[in-house]
Design a protein around this ligand. Sequence first.
Ligand code: GLU
Length: 318
Amino acid sequence: MTSLPPSGDVVGAGRFAPSPTSDLHVGNLRTALLAWLFARHSGRRFLVRIEDLDVTRVAHDPAIARRQLDDLQALGLEWDDAVVRQSERIELYEAAIRLLDADPGTYPCFCTRREIAEAASAPHGAPGAYPGTCRDLSPAERRARAAGRPAALRVRADGSTVRVVDELAGPVEGLVDDFVLRRNDGAHAYNLAVVVDDIAQGVDQVVRGDDLLPSTPRQAWLTSRLGGRVPTYAHVPLVLNAAGRRLAKRDGAVTLADLAARGVGPDAVRSRLACSLGLAEAGEPVPMAVLLDRFDPGSLPREPWVWTDQEASRMSTT
Ligand code: GLU
């Protein structure tokens, strides 16, 4: 194989790509709703991809992905094409590694997290960037280190600074270090899989939580290296809990199932999410078609939305 399968599609696509680690909470659902709105508003297809590379290695409940899809449907999000699961696409990631191995090159890395943290905090080290410890090991050094520990695989990036202009967050610059393509437990890294899949699926619009903003320059760089077209990006502010931290399942009634148990159905949740986006009045029923009609990317709120447990009680009484 000399290149990744071309997307072949004239019409581009947006996507929502949950990891099936736990049920979707209102923050995830709000991001999914935005990904759908951005895609449909721009005439794109909307795809759903289950990012299960991590969870297949540890004991996990396969019913979670099923429930995530059911919840997206209950909220009214319809997608095109069959749902793709990363655990079934290992060949594609290996093909991409072969391409990168040929140019710009890859190398095994034996560093522990601790070694990387120590080396990266040395004077002149770029914060958070891989310092290149294993880049120029001799074959003999590699053999010696391989005896002690399985290797991760890193790409030889050129250390350049890549700039992307995010539709919501504005310009973002980041150093592209020699990041990991395959971890030392054999799992393909998120940055590789997400880029390979986006190219292969014809995704040219990425809408997701802004916790992933720091990964974006690396992903844009990798997209170009693999011959893909860099997508447009819109990173959505996360939903926070009352303490100002990222919303999590332990923050009370936050999933559709929790809310249903309190008498709040999916239509009421959609209405509340729409209201938080400035697309509906409080308690106003809003079908998806109405939301799409009202959607204007330029007037979305740019601050995080705070969800407190009172939301659920307030919604069950409206
Ligand atoms: N699977 C990632 C997550 O659930 C999202 C990846 C992406 O949208 O690029 O956080």
